[in-house]
Design a protein. Structure first.
Length: 129
């Protein structure tokens, strides 16, 4: 579960750090916007191929090695405040003991709440993903 969450977080944050919306990432990578969305929420991360990952990373100007590096992880952590890091760690610790079906339902519900929050946030007007 932790490895899956790590991949999902890295993938989503790699896109955000590149400054691309999901729509722009889809155009640059040739991967469908809906596929990118389902990869980033974790719903279909297990179905993502290495080729798809490489295409997305190329759109984000990252190599596979950079994506998996400690330096990239450090860059992601710098983008997240200490308080947020503690909250994320607690969330992972709380859901880890649950069975996979419950974890998946919670993750899906959480992502929907985040998406709804972004939709209602005036700072994200005109931006998607």
């Amino acid at each position: 579960m932790k490895l899956k969450l790590d991949l999902v977080l890295r993938l989503r944050e790699a896109r955000r750090l590149s400054g691309l919306s999901q729509k722009e990432a889809a155009r640059k990578s040739g991967i469908g916007e809906k596929s990118i969305s389902t990869f980033e929420t974790g719903r279909r991360i297990d179905a993502m191929t290495v080729s798809q990952l490489q295409k997305l990373l190329a759109a984000y100007n990252l190599t596979l090695e950079e994506f998996h590096s400690g330096a990239f992880a450090d860059q992601l952590m710098l983008a997240i405040s200490a308080n947020e890091q503690a909250g994320i760690a607690r969330l992972v610790a709380e859901i880890s003991p649950l069975d996979s079906e419950r974890r998946e339902r919670l993750l899906t519900a959480f992502i929907r709440m985040v998406d709804l929050t972004k939709t209602n946030d005036p700072r994200s007007a005109g931006r998607k993903g």
